[in-house]
Design a protein around this ligand. Structure first.
Ligand code: PSU
Ligand code: MN
Length: 308
């Protein structure tokens, strides 16, 4: 008996076979990172933005045990409306064996994207090292996965709820390149900047494609993080940001939240405490990442065609 380990939608398979640009999109941001009902509209909007730019979207989730690379409208509805498990890489075999469904994190989405030979992926913010990780060991599997998964992830840095300095240190240890898009300051998700600088910056999608090509040629198997800051005029008010952030961290502490529940708890708390203002910023930065990922995938497709 042959069991197919994953399904690539006809639309995505056709685009890949023809060498047309494809961008992977994660489902945890939809199921656990954004509140209903805005999450459903956001999932559809990200897909539409890519199609309008001539890029094929591949939203990824596990449905009834099967990793799906590219969802139909019903699949998108399910990740937005059903109560799906949050699935990282280690959960994939368990979902598969039990026939359960799950929304994939950055780690699981990147892993599945690379199985399907998709090279570019847009998210909101990457997971990272949590504050207090020196005692809790809470470090997102996103980091370790990118150390062995050749996918370029466009993200607005990492959320300021994390330990940004430790996250950047870990990425250095794991040999994952971090490239600022038109900046040398690492962004902090809702804010254009953080206190941390990055060594490398590029100005065009073609430069990112060239880095991908060079990495392949050097035999590296890791991913690349493109840090794409939200434009300053769209960022969250830094004063409100700092206040709500401290509140959220102490609420998580008081409620005894740990493990994979931490990130969804903090995001939900912050949306409520900011009366939705952080949500608008979250959507804007995600759109900004989807747009750039589409441009990078397009540059990658044309570079690959030139070299073929
Ligand atoms: N950043 C967001 N929204 C999210 C996440 C990150 O703005 O929903 C999700 C991503 O799926 C990321 C995951 O991979 O949180 C990281 O969770 P953890 O810290 O439990 O690894
Ligand atoms: Mn964690």
């Amino acid at each position: 008996m042959t069991i197919s380990s994953f399904i690539v939608s006809a639309e995505v398979a056709a685009a890949l076979a023809a060498g047309r640009p494809v961008v992977a999109l994660e489902s945890t941001i939809i199921s656990h990172g954004l509140p209903r009902p805005r999450n459903h509209g956001a999932a559809l909007e990200f897909e539409r933005m890519l199609r309008d730019a001539g890029v094929t979207p591949a939203t990824i989730a596990v449905l009834d045990g099967v990793p799906n690379i590219g969802l139909d409208d019903e699949g998108v509805r399910r990740i937005a409306e059903d109560d799906l498990a949050k699935a990282s890489v280690r959960d994939l075999p368990l979902l598969a064996a039990s026939g359960a469904s799950g929304a994939t994190t950055v780690a699981a989405t990147a892993h599945l994207a690379s199985l399907a030979s998709i090279r570019v992926f847009a998210t909101g913010g990457l997971g990272g090292v949590h504050r207090g990780a020196s005692t809790t060991f809470d470090e997102s599997a996103d980091l370790g996965t990118l150390a062995r998964t050749p996918v370029t992830v466009v993200s607005a840095g990492v959320k300021s709820v994390l330990d940004i300095a430790a996250t950047l240190e870990r990425l250095e240890s794991l040999s994952v390149p971090v490239v600022g898009y038109r900046t040398t300051v690492f962004p902090s998700f809702w804010l254009t900047e953080s206190a941390f600088s990055i060594d490398w910056s590029v100005d065009t999608p073609a430069e990112v494609a060239a880095i991908m090509r060079a990495q392949d040629a050097l035999g590296h198997g890791q991913g690349i993080i493109v840090a794409n800051p939200i434009p300053r005029e769209l960022q969250w008010d830094p004063v409100e940001h700092d206040r709500v952030l401290l509140e959220a961290l102490s609420a998580a502490d008081v409620a005894g939240i740990s493990g994979k529940a931490v990130t969804p708890f903090l995001l939900g708390y912050i949306v409520e405490a900011s009366e939705g203002r952080s949500l608008e910023v979250n959507l804007d930065l995600a759109r900004n990442n989807v747009r750039l990922a589409g441009e990078i995938a397009t540059a990658w497709a044309s570079l690959s065609a030139d070299l073929a």
